[in-house]
Design a protein around this ligand. Structure first.
Ligand code: SF4
Length: 429
C-alpha cells in the first residue's frame, strides 16, 4: 500500500510542478513515506534523514516531509527528535501535500497534519490521474481496519475501515489498463472486508475486472480469514483472471495464541476456509504471515504453528519475531526470551523454506505460464512471475513485456525459477 501511496504522492506533487530526480543532491524536497508495522521500519526513518543531512551539509537544505504511518503514530516525537524534518503528514491526509508545501513556502513554520480525512482523500485523488504505467499495478480499494488484533497498529494509524466508491475503483482500473497495466493488485489493510453501501463487495470488483479486455491477471491483498465470504470463494471458480494464489495470514497455529492476539478466528475455522477454496479450485496455493514469540507462546503452542504449516503446506510466506508496537494491547505484555524466539524463528523459516523449495522443484523441466514484467538492466534476460507470484528469470530470443508466455523451467532455487523461452518455429517442408 505504501508503494501505491508513494506513487499518488508523486502525482499530487507534480500538480504543483515537482518532478522526480535520480540525483539525490538535486532534490528540493524529500518525502519519506513510512511504515510503522515493525520497530525496525521506524528506525530506518532516522537513518535516512541522517544520510540526507550529511549529503546536504554544504548545500541548500531541502524540504523534508515524513508521510505514512510513522508520521501518524509519532508525529510530535519525530518533530522533536529530528529538527531537520519540516513536515509530517499522516496516511489519510496526504492529498493535501501540494497545499501544505505551498503553505510552508509562504510561512516557513513546521507543519503537522495527521487528520483522518479518508473520504476527502479519495475524492481529491479521483481528480488526478494515477500515472503508474507498470505491467503490474496496485490499486487501493479499501483502507483501515476494525479488527483490532492486539499486536497491530493499523487501526490506530490508518483508522477505521473505509471502502472507496465502487465506480471510482472501476474507472481507475480501466485507466490503468489503458496505460498498459496487465495485472491489477487490489489493495486494502483488510481488503476482503470491502463493502460499499452494502451493495458492492470485493467479489463485485473482481467480476467487473475479469471482463476488462486487456487485463490479464487479478490479485488482492491482504485478507482476513473472517472475511473470506462464499461469494468471494466462488470467484475462484468463475473468474479465470483471478490468480489461484491467496495471501491469508493466520499468524499462529495455536488457538490459545490466536485468542490472545484477538484474531477472531481459530485454526479449525482457518482450515475450513482452505478446504472450501480447494474444493472450488484444486490449484489454489496459500501463503501466510506468522508471528513467532508472541507473549504467552509456549513450546507446545509454537509446535502447533509448525503443525499447521505441515498440514497446509504454505508457499511464499513471511515470518517475524513479535515486535511490540507502542499503544497496542500486546505492547503491555511481558516479552518472551530473545534467544528462544530466535531459535523458533529459525525453525519456522526452515520449515517454510522447505515447502517453498519443494514447490519450485515441481516446475523443473515443465512449461510454466509467466507474465513478462520487464527486461533486466544490462542483460539479455527477462523477468516475470508465475500465477503464484514466484519470480522467473529467463532467456528469450524475443518476447514482449506484458505478454503471457510459457517458459520452460531449466533450474531453480528456493526463491526463483530460471528458464528459457523459445517461439516454436514451424519448419517449411
Ligand atoms: S486484521 Fe490485519 S490490519 Fe486489522 S488489526 Fe488485524 S493484523 Fe492489523
Amino acid at each position: 500500500m505504501n508503494e501505491y501511496d508513494s506513487n499518488r504522492i508523486y502525482d499530487l506533487a507534480s500538480v504543483i510542478g515537482f518532478k522526480k530526480t535520480n540525483t539525490k543532491t538535486e532534490a528540493d524536497c524529500f518525502v519519506l513515506n513510512t511504515c510503522h508495522i515493525r520497530k525496525k521500519a521506524t528506525e530506518k526513518v532516522y537513518h535516512e534523514i541522517g544520510r540526507v543531512k550529511k549529503e546536504f551539509r554544504n548545500l541548500k537544505k531541502p524540504l523534508v516531509v515524513i508521510s505514512g504511518c510513522v508520521a501518524q503514530a509519532e508525529s510530535e516525537e519525530i518533530m522533536k527528535r529530528e529538527p531537520y524534518i519540516d513536515m509530517v503528514i499522516g496516511p489519510q491526509s496526504y492529498h493535501k501535500i501540494g497545499d501544505l508545501i505551498l503553505k510552508h513556502e509562504r510561512k516557513k513554520g513546521k507543519i503537522n497534519e495527521t487528520e483522518f480525512d479518508v473520504v476527502r482523500k479519495f475524492d481529491e485523488l479521483e481528480k488526478i490521474p494515477n500515472t503508474q504505467n507498470k505491467i503490474s499495478s496496485f490499486l487501493t480499494i479499501q483502507e483501515g481496519c476494525d479488527k483490532f488484533c492486539h499486536f497491530c497498529v493499523v487501526p490506530y494509524t490508518r483508522g477505521p475501515e473505509y471502502s472507496r466508491p465502487f465506480d471510482q475503483i472501476i474507472s481507475e482500473a480501466q485507466d490503468l489498463v489503458k496505460r498498459g497495466t496487465k495485472e491489477i493488485v487490489l489493495l486494502g489493510q483488510n481488503v476482503n472486508a470491502y463493502n460499499y453501501k452494502n451493495q458492492y463487495k470485493l467479489s463485485s470488483i473482481i467480476r467487473v475486472l475479469n471482463n476488462i479486455k486487456n487485463l490479464k491477471r487479478i490479485r488482492y491483498t491482504t485478507s482476513h480469514p473472517r472475511d473470506m465470504s462464499e461469494d468471494l470463494i466462488l470467484c475462484y471458480k468463475d473468474c479465470s483472471k483471478l490468480m489461484p494464489f491467496l495471501h491469508l495470514p493466520i499468524q499462529s497455529g495455536s488457538n490459545e495464541i490466536l485468542k490472545l492476539m484477538n484474531r477472531k478466528h481459530d485454526r479449525e475455522y482457518y482450515i475450513s476456509i482452505i478446504k472450501k477454496l480447494k474444493q472450488i479450485n484444486k490449484d489454489i496455493k496459500i501463503s501466510s504471515d506468522f508471528i513467532v514469540g508472541y507473549p504467552g507462546e509456549t513450546e507446545k503452542y509454537f509446535k502447533e504453528t509448525i503443525k499447521i504449516i505441515q498440514e497446509i503446506g504454505f508457499i511464499n510466506s513471511y515470518s517475524f519475531i513479535f515486535s511490540p508496537r507502542p499503544g497496542t494491547p500486546a505492547a503491555e505484555k511481558e516479552l518472551s526470551k530473545t534467544n528462544i524466539n530466535e531459535k523458533r524463528l529459525k525453525e519456522i523459516q526452515k520449515v517454510l523454506d522447505n515447502y517453498q523449495y519443494d514447490s519450485n522443484k515441481k516446475y523443473l523441466n515443465q512449461n510454466c505460464e509467466v507474465l513478462v514484467e520487464n527486461k533486466l538492466k544490462k542483460q539479455t534476460k527477462y523477468f516475470g512471475r508465475t500465477k503464484y507470484m514466484t519470480p522467473v528469470i529467463f532467456e528469450a530470443d524475443t518476447c514482449s513485456v506484458g505478454e503471457l508466455i510459457n517458459v520452460k523451467i531449466t533450474s531453480f532455487n528456493r526463491k526463483n525459477l530460471f528458464g528459457i523461452y523459445k517461439i516454436n518455429k514451424i519448419k517449411a517442408a
